[in-house]
Write a new protein. Structure first.
Length: 402
């Protein structure tokens, strides 16, 4: 094998390794030193919008988008219609996954009925069929509700995966409450709206012993709080996204493709997040891939809906902005894109892999995306690294058209 192969510790744990890869005849063109072979990436935080919102994305297009980005496993958030808050509702989504997904798609169950934060969902009944429980997009406002959810999830051996947000602190904000908001007259979202709920939930972890994972952290305070909780030995992990690591709020433009929740924060936050991912406080990279229609994202910063896409740009952005300049090692990048998410969520690796040309340079153009969503913060960025092929369960699920 002439291609460069990058294995991971997890591959050895699962008895799988990219070193065992034998390229099929249709992929033999990539057996060259120009190409790199990685284990299949894993994203524990994506929105595939089906059932209920297939005009934004479908299981089929979302899975193809993931495969085009080198991913062979993703976990899909439950803000759907019907919300997967019972086995009956969950099975609607599971049937579509079984029929249309070209990669491994693991659904979350909702924590509360309809994600309304009022009544706990059928946690015990759904537990065998979900990767964890989340009301992503909505923080659990009631402490007693989160306490009950943690106790029941722990009894089932499942994790609570929390979107942390205190509604009373939002005050109509829609971007970071920082310099850009002040200069342009926008309403800001304060950092405390995120870290205050993380701090509350850490107290509940101490009380219940529940395994707990924090979604898309964006503030320096969140990093500090989680770092201290880990030092204490609490069962907590967290994630952040590529846009939080390579951009700050002064990179925003008056365009809906820069609007996501939580928002891109200030430079001090960005530096703290980067330090957190390098020292292991932040365990994994997650895109929060959240496609919407062009009309929904075309209303500017104030009126566009929250959410951007990210599956097809995550590795090129991280490689170009952090690995190539020597800020992050390739081993660390694979740790946060392969090893840690699979270990934490108990997702097998198998011998899934993806093939990349790390030398190819190009401009990010959403028109090329397999995703139905085209709102990307990285439109027009020059990046290195293009996925040439992705293999899942021995099947070629993506190959670049030539």
């Amino acid at each position: 094998m002439k291609a460069k192969m990058f294995g991971t510790a997890l591959a050895k744990d699962f008895g799988a390794s990219v070193e065992k890869v034998v390229l099929s005849p249709e992929l033999s063109v990539y057996d060259s030193p120009r190409y790199a072979i990685f284990p299949g990436f894993c994203d524990v935080h994506v929105h595939f919008r089906e059932p209920g919102f297939s005009y934004k994305e479908t299981i089929r297009t979302g899975a193809r988008s993931a495969a085009r980005g080198g991913y062979t496993a993703v976990c899909t958030m439950p803000n759907l219609n019907p919300v997967p808050d019972s086995v009956e509702h969950l099975n609607v989504q599971r049937a579509i996954i079984e029929k249309d997904a070209c990669i491994h798609v693991y659904p979350y169950g909702a924590i509360t009925v309809g994600e309304k934060g009022e009544i706990l969902a059928d946690i015990e009944e759904m537990a065998p069929f979900v990767c964890g429980f989340s009301d992503d997009g909505r923080g659990i406002q009631r402490e007693d509700m989160m306490r009950q959810a943690m106790r029941r999830a722990k009894a089932c051996g499942k994790m609570i995966v929390a979107h942390c947000e205190v509604n009373d602190l939002l005050r109509g904000g829609y971007i970071h409450d920082g310099e850009y908001a002040k200069l342009h007259g926008h309403r800001g979202i304060c950092a405390e709206s995120e870290w205050a709920q993380i701090a509350r939930d850490i107290e509940l972890i101490r009380e219940t012993g529940c395994a707990y994972h924090v979604c898309h952290i964006s503030t320096k305070e969140s990093v500090d709080i989680i770092r201290r909780a880990k030092a204490e030995g609490l069962d907590i992990t967290c994630e952040t996204g590529p846009h939080y690591l390579v951009m700050n709020d002064m990179d925003l433009q008056e365009d809906g493709r820069f609007k996501m929740n939580p928002p891109i924060r200030g430079e001090e936050d960005r530096r703290a997040l980067l330090a957190g991912i390098l020292d292991g406080t932040i365990d994994m990279l997650a895109t929060d891939h959240a496609p919407h229609s062009a009309e929904e994202k075309g209303r500017g910063l104030e009126k566009s809906v929250f959410g951007v896409v990210g599956l097809e740009t995550a590795f090129p952005i991280m490689y170009t902005c952090l690995v190539k300049p020597g800020i992050m090692t390739m081993e660390k990048l694979l740790e946060v894109m392969v090893d840690n998410p699979r270990k934490r969520f108990g997702l097998p690796l198998g011998e899934d892999f993806c093939i990349w040309d790390l030398e190819e340079e190009y401009e990010v153009d959403p028109k090329d995306f397999a995703s139905m969503g085209k709102a990307s913060t990285f439109t027009g960025w020059r990046v290195h690294g293009r996925c040439k092929a992705t293999v899942c369960d021995g099947q070629v699920v993506y190959r670049e058209e030539v």
